[in-house]
Design a protein around this ligand. Structure first.
Ligand SMILES: *Cc1c(COP(=O)(O)O)cnc(C)c1O
Length: 484
């Protein structure tokens, strides 16, 4: 059954399990029309073949524990194993979200302290730990903006400014929260064009969503002027802090003038991610927005810690319970093991690694913004495309043959054929040298035999896949007819 799907490998009657006879009264009493006439058609396999099937699949996956993963904007850094140890402590792993507060004091204290630590890191005054992903954090922030303007009786503010370099979730979120998106162009240096921003700002604008450093890896040097323009116009500033890797311990969004920030604990604060979760997009606000934060928040009273539900101006709940708690445990462990000095070192090394790699590549790839970057930078194969017809996708696929996960490709959208590279702070100089050598070798291959790249990967279990087809017509459940 080497390459078979589990359903195809099924051998009726091989019986991977045996249930004991029912020894309690059969009191389900389900109405007849809700009962299945037959058992569901599940694959039938012995236990050892089932284990082999899933183990084989797991060996085909690639994660940050397998190798280098320079996925720009996604921050695939190494996840320290001490975080996993802490997340599995029975007292933290086995509590129930509906337990009475007085029986979950340790967990509540952890959440309370994490809130305080994140305030210190970002310059905010209070965090909600509820949102389960960055995008949900953004939605929380946009809803808080709406609630703030509504509370002041300012009903005209229906627009949200988003720069053209923004992460795709920003305009999508603004839209989902009911705002009309106003796009502001970047200037030739890859930064928000201040004159365009000034022209876009008026009393219909609720606020701006900004990432700093932006998705080109560049620090928005005019941030204080940007903050003044938005605040003077009556708007709020939202900071997309999914990747705080270039900022930790060095600069704080709160000091730059931001009113709301979300962090991706699963990126910057080292929870394993990819494949969709679990995540944590915690949201911090300045004091004037605290009343609008989702409910409940953890508070500290005479009798200990408790969930404070008495929040009349809150935007409400974002999640059934209290966030992805195990991710909070990992982030708190990460913060405590590093401490303030260690956090700063994370940033310094992330920025050093990105700049070192940028300089190694600059004679072999086009670097559109070839100056000091923060935690990530853009490279493009524009000359290879012109001369040999080799695209960014070809380079990404060829990297697989060298055992590397490719960087983010074709994002941000404002740079053609972009490779967005984020080496992260946890990689050694030797690893970065080796990765650069692979990219340089690939550029040389393109000059000799472009087809080697255009037909890559050559060493993977499958070659080029139909990525557009997979996105447009996904097959999400097994049906034999879909596969012929
Ligand atoms: C990853 C990312 C997001 C979205 O976070 P999710 O947890 O994937 O929803 C938003 N903004 C930026 C800049 C990001 O890198």
């Amino acid at each position: 059954m080497q390459n078979k799907l589990l359903f195809e490998a099924s051998v009726a009657g091989s019986n991977s399990f045996q249930l004991p006879p029912l020894d309690v009264p059969d009191e389900m009493n389900l109405p007849e029309e809700l009962l299945r006439p037959d058992n569901p058609p599940l694959p039938d396999l012995p236990e050892n073949e089932t284990v082999r099937h899933f183990t084989r699949l797991s060996k085909r996956a690639y994660g940050v524990d397998d190798g280098f993963y320079p996925l720009g904007s996604c921050t695939m850094k190494y996840n320290p194993k001490i975080n996993e140890w802490a997340a599995r402590l029975p007292g933290l792993a086995e509590i129930h979200p509906l337990q009475p507060d007085e029986t979950a004091q340790g967990a509540l204290e952890l959440m309370y302290r994490l809130d305080q630590a994140l305030c210190a890191v970002t310059g905010m005054d209070r965090f909600t730990l509820q949102p389960a992903a960055g995008a949900q954090g953004e939605l929380t922030g946009a809803m808080i903006m709406a609630a703030y303007h509504a509370k002041r009786g300012d009903a005209k503010r229906t627009k949200m400014i988003v720069p053209d370099s923004a992460h795709g979730t920003n305009p999508a979120t603004a839209n989902m929260a009911g705002f009309d998106v106003v796009e502001v162009k970047s200037n030739a240096r890859g930064l928000v064009d201040v004159a365009s921003l000034r022209a876009a700002m008026n009393d219909e604008v609720a606020g701006i969503m900004l990432t700093n450093p932006n998705t080109l890896g560049l620090f928005e040097e005019d941030i204080t002027e940007i903050a003044a323009i938005v605040h003077d116009g009556g708007g709020l500033l939202y900071y997309d802090g999914a990747n705080l890797n270039g900022m930790l311990g060095v600069a704080r969004p709160g000091d730059m003038g931001f009113d709301i920030v979300h962090l991706n604990l699963h990126k910057t604060f080292s929870t394993p991610h990819g494949g969709g979760g679990p995540g944590s997009g915690v949201v911090g606000v300045k004091q004037h927005l605290e009343p609008f934060l989702p409910s409940p928040l953890v508070a500290k009273g005479e009798g200990g810690y408790y969930f404070d539900h008495d929040r009349p101006d809150s935007i409400g709940r974002l999640l059934a319970f209290h966030g992805n708690f195990s991710v909070l445990v990992r982030a708190y462990t990460y913060l405590l093991t590093l401490g303030a000095a260690g956090l700063r070192e994370v940033s310094e090394n992330a920025v050093l690694n990105a700049n070192y790699l940028r300089v190694l590549l600059r004679d072999h790839y086009h670097i559109p913004f070839d100056r000091l970057c923060k935690h990530e930078f853009i490279a493009t194969p524009s000359h290879l495309k012109q001369e040999y017809g080799v695209t960014t996708l070809d380079i990404a696929k060829r990297l697989l043959d060298y055992g590397y996960h490719p960087p983010t490709v074709y994002f941000p959208l404002i740079v053609e054929e972009a490779l967005l590279i984020e080496p992260t702070e946890t990689e050694s100089r030797e690893r970065i040298d080796d990765f650069a050598a692979a990219l340089i070798k690939i550029a040389a291959e393109a000059e000799v035999d472009a087809s080697l790249l255009q037909e890559a990967p050559h060493n993977m279990p499958i070659g080029r896949v139909d990525e557009v087809g997979a996105a447009r017509k996904p097959i999400l459940r097994y049906r034999a007819t879909d596969l012929v």
